[in-house]
Design a protein around this ligand. Structure first.
Ligand code: SF4
Ligand code: SF4
Length: 190
């Protein structure tokens, strides 16, 4: 069984937001909302002479997802391959899962009145395609694959090149989106 993960290399990300645009187009996300966010994080200097890095945020498909248990209908669930999904047919838009997510990765789709978030483009995976954000990244900074597969890019980046989870003592739920970068910069993302 696959164990899916994504890696963003923040040393390559140029902040162009092509991933956000591709994701919004793929999933018809209403204006002003997004499943994938590109955030700028200061890493050195003082205002106004700051240098920054970019942090691409999305659902982390956590090993122990705190968004599942509060769902009163069973719409939010975790698949054996690690993907945390929302069944729109079952979701009632109550938003309990939105409040439970420590990464602010969920939102209520204002057009559907259903909760929405990244699902690693599960429908594309079924067609043998990569997630839209990975497919479109102009800087080749995003990777997706199976952490159980030693030949995958994500295995190499996590186990050979030090890509790591963004966690803190307060939030330790096993996110499966990893980041590669200088350790002092990764510390700033937690
Ligand atoms: Fe759930 Fe949030 Fe973790 Fe995604 S990042 S699995 S929405 S707790
Ligand atoms: Fe479950 Fe939908 Fe309510 Fe979230 S908004 S807790 S997925 S029913």
């Amino acid at each position: 069984m696959a164990r899916y993960a994504m890696v963003t290399d923040i040393t390559k990300c140029v902040g162009c937001q092509a991933c956000t645009a591709a994701c919004n187009a793929e999933w018809e996300v209403p204006a002003g909302l997004a499943r994938t966010h590109v955030r700028s994080t200061p890493i050195a200097g003082t205002f106004p002479h700051l240098s920054s890095t970019f942090y691409v945020a999305q659902c982390n498909h956590c090993d122990h997802p705190p968004c599942v248990e509060p769902c009163p209908t069973g719409a939010t669930s975790q698949l054996p391959n690690g993907i945390v999904q929302v069944d729109r047919q079952v979701c009632i838009g109550c938003g309990y899962c939105v409040e439970a997510c420590p990464y602010q990765a969920r939102f209520v789709n204002s057009e559907l009145q259903k909760v929405d978030k990244c699902d690693f483009c599960a429908a594309r995976l079924e067609r043998g395609q990569q997630p839209a954000c990975v497919n479109t990244c102009t800087a080749h900074a995003k990777y997706f694959g199976d952490l159980e597969d030693r030949s995958s890019d994500v295995f190499r980046l996590v186990y050979d090149h030090g890509a790591r989870r963004v966690e803190s003592q307060a939030v330790a739920v096993g996110p499966n989106v990893y980041y590669r970068g200088k350790p002092q910069h990764l510390e700033l993302l937690a």
